[in-house]
Design a protein around this ligand. Sequence first.
Ligand code: AKG
Ligand code: FE2
Length: 355
Amino acid sequence: MSPMMDDTAPAPQYSEGALIPNIDQKGDNPITIRLTDRERDSGLTDPATLQQLLYAYHRDGFVVLDNAIPDELTDKLYDRIVADTDIYIGKSFQQWNQGEATKNVSVVPPLSRDWLMREFYANVHMMRVIEHLLGPQPELRFLNSNVALPGATGRQAVHSDVNHAFPPIPFGIVVNTYLQDSGPENGVTEIWCGSHDAYGRDEQQVQKESGWIRKECIQAQAKVRKPVQPRVRKGSMLFRDLRLWHAGMPNRGEKARVMLAIDYFAAWYKCPMRLKLPSSAKSKVESWGISTVGIEWVDGEIDHLDQPFFLNMTQDPEMYIKQTPKGVEDWRARATGKYEFDKGIPSDQNWWTPE
Ligand SMILES: O=C(O)CCC(=O)C(=O)O
Ligand SMILES: [Fe+2]
């Protein structure tokens, strides 16, 4: 898929041979770019828009794209995931992210044919950005959501979602699509622009088993670029390099804050994780034109609220983590037989203290 020229787009302007991007762009930490309604509805991303999205992402490991999804669809998915969350948290065990105090829970979105909407999971503007960053045929391999419920008493540690050894180049992107307007008041994620390639893994990690960042690195990096809780509009897509530091924050509002987590990996990376989707959706998903090598088609419907949390963003099929009734099964639990639910309770050693 390549950007297509649109005859109705405004004539480009140049300065010393370079295109001047005449687009709706705001902020610098992070950069937010808003598509025109014309771009959204035609599915054609102006080359200048794409250029700025790529520039921001290469610089920061992070960029926000606004107005790529019609609001009605976003509202519909929000209502469904909130209703599902009520059911999910009544179950005997669930995936609380960094302990129950954060009230941050992973809830799989509905996966039936009708609910698998291209606008979210293979949005044409989103795919154009991802293909230009990860190369041809990027692979969808993980689909989940983070629900930040009101009433949290704690925040997450500053962390990177990948704690294993990884190549020092972009290999995977998570797109966090926000299903409501968000800001610090309802727990928008804390973001550390530019942290994706600031330190090596051994240098930055508290321990090998988690992606939590060492206090010295947190304090030092904040001098280069401050962490921020950006204000984002409903339907915004937050493209984040999997190596980037970030943290889930307490939702002090009254309504649940929902963000999708859609992970694409570069084809060359050969991530072994597979996403289970129902065979009934196969022809629909294939019609999106994305690579489906990361998808495992299963017969019958999938009860999305009854899937154990499963993750493997490494390159090694044996390095997966899986949620079980006794705790999280990771390589260490498999070796020792010792299962734990949380990786520890975050303290002020795990976030930035302004000096
Ligand atoms: O929900 C959020 O804002 C971030 C959650 C997160 O980063 C995580 O659980 O790994
Ligand atoms: Fe995270």
